[in-house]
Design a protein around this ligand. Structure first.
Ligand code: PLP
Length: 463
């Protein structure tokens, strides 16, 4: 693979071209890249990322997006449709998360740019609400170690102290007594995941809810992954514990429409038990020379296209569509987990549902990854312990994919057993697996990661 993608096949633009290329030529170039890159996940061998994977659905969403992509959702006088889309996306999500059971507040929501966006807005809302209602000026938030790094990022951005609660190494679930011991007068909220990214396990949300109520703090449930699929897993009879607004201590839930909501990338819903919490982070500047300014969240201008596409995905699929996809995904996940369990050398962490991860006590599981990667599989790599992560999505439900997983895994286990005394080639990094990242020298690893991120937006120097 060339160091700078496509440099051997497409012109490299170091300056804005004086005269532009024809639309057909530009589209041909885009189509070439998209077709090649789609082929990577269309095999079904890629964990997560492509939640729907159905090109006819993507074409449908793209048509909906195209009708409103140029519209700024901030200017509602010009696009009343954005209010219909946003209000209905929120209403449908609140309904799915049983906000109808709320008797002690007025449920409300925000449409954000993704899971990180929803989590950031939640942390900001808790900080602002606790400052206004309880006079909290040194806020802290308690998350299970397994909760997504988006909480660490939000706390970093908004000056909130993050307390990371340990998890049980076998169940992977949060240590409730640690959480209880670390709540103090400055705690604005607790966090539980349904489910977490790493292990696909669901924290004891019922117990966290009781604790949050007892101590007078909020509880954010991170349903970025589970919010749009667990409710249907429950309907289908899978053992999904209640994690939503039916629990009286749950004060907000993030649920990503761009994951198992099967919309385009760039949207998520942040649902609140009561609008007072949402409104605490509303932003106003009333004395600006440019006019009176307000925004319901962090973003300014937003694309009407993403609201339209997300709305289109939800009203097109309906409950029956989501239930059907959930049924296929849950069933495929069971089959794939059975394949893992058939190897005594491998161990699934905790009791996950549709996202799972496995390790080995016999060899470094990255040997399995080394082999599977050569067969075209792409897992995310984990650490403490080393583990491979599989988020089952619709592409894995295609005929033959789970069988290929079983066959390749059997060969991979044989390979790993043979090579157990060698060093594996791959290691852990979120969002993919790259080589040589097993060194735990923090500063060195950060330098490597910064270099990698620099490379995402750098044209190689000429000559
Ligand atoms: C449980 C969970 N929370 C939050 C996020 C962050 O979502 P995003 O990448 O859309 O910002 C993810 C992403 O995979 C996730 O799995």
């Amino acid at each position: 693979m060339p160091s700078f993608p496509y440099d051997d096949r497409l012109p490299m633009h170091r300056t804005l071209p004086e005269s532009g290329s024809g639309q057909a030529e530009v589209l041909d170039q885009l189509r070439m890249m998209a077709t090649e890159e789609d082929a990577f996940w269309e095999t079904g061998k890629c964990s997560g990322t492509m939640y729907c994977g159905d090109h006819s659905h993507y074409d449908f969403l793209t048509s909906a997006f195209g009708l409103f992509a140029h519209v700024n959702a901030l200017q509602r006088d010009m696009c009343p449709s954005a209010t219909k889309f946003e209000a209905e996306i929120i209403a449908m999500t609140l309904d799915l998360l049983h906000a109808g059971a709320v008797g002690d507040g007025t449920p409300a929501g925000l449409v954000t740019t993704g899971g990180t966006g929803s989590i950031a807005h939640a942390v900001l809302a808790y900080r602002e609400h606790a400052r206004a209602e309880r006079g909290v000026d040194h806020p802290n938030l308690i998350k299970p170690e397994t909760a997504h790094p988006a909480f660490d990022k939000a706390c970093h951005l908004f000056g909130v102290e993050l307390r990371r609660a340990p998890v049980d190494p076998v169940t992977t679930l949060v240590d409730l007594s640690w959480v209880a011991d670390h709540i103090d007068d400055h705690t604005v909220a607790l966090v539980g995941s349904a489910c977490n990214y790493g292990y696909g396990t669901i924290d004891p949300i019922g117990e966290l809810s009781a604790l949050a109520l007892d101590r007078g703090v909020g509880l954010h449930v991170d349903g970025c992954l589970g919010g749009f699929i667990l409710p249907f897993g429950e309907e289908l009879g899978y053992p999904v514990p209640v994690f939503d607004f039916r629990l009286p201590g749950v004060t907000s839930i993030s649920a990503d429409t761009h994951k198992y909501g099967y919309s385009l990338k760039g949207t998520s819903v942040l649902a609140f038990r009561d609008q007072a919490l949402r409104n605490a982070q509303y932003f106003f500047v009333t004395d600006w020379s440019g006019g009176k300014y307000c925004s319901p969240g962090i973003e300014g201008s937003r694309s009407g296209g993403l609201l339209a596409a997300t709305w289109a995905s939800m009203v097109h699929l309906g409950r029956a569509g989501y239930r059907k996809y959930a049924s296929e995904i849950f069933a495929t996940a069971e089959t794939m987990k059975d394949s893992v369990r058939s190897h005594p050398e491998l161990r699934i962490l905790g009791e996950p549902a549709f996202v799972f991860s496995f390790t080995s006590d016999v060899f470094d599981v990255y040997h399995v990854n080394d082999f599977m990667r050569r067969q075209g599989w792409r897992f995310n790599g984990q650490q403490y312990p080393n583990a491979l992560h599989m988020a089952v999505t619709r592409p894995q439900t295609l005929p033959g994919v789970a069988d290929a997983f079983a066959a390749d895994l059997a060969d991979a286990v044989a390979y790993a057993s043979e090579h157990k005394d060698d060093a594996p080639q791959s290691g852990a990094i979120y969002g993919g697996v790259i080589g040589g990242m097993t060194d735990d020298a923090d500063a060195f690893i950060k330098t490597v990661m910064a270099d990698m991120m620099d490379g995402f937006q750098r044209i190689p120097s000429a000559g």
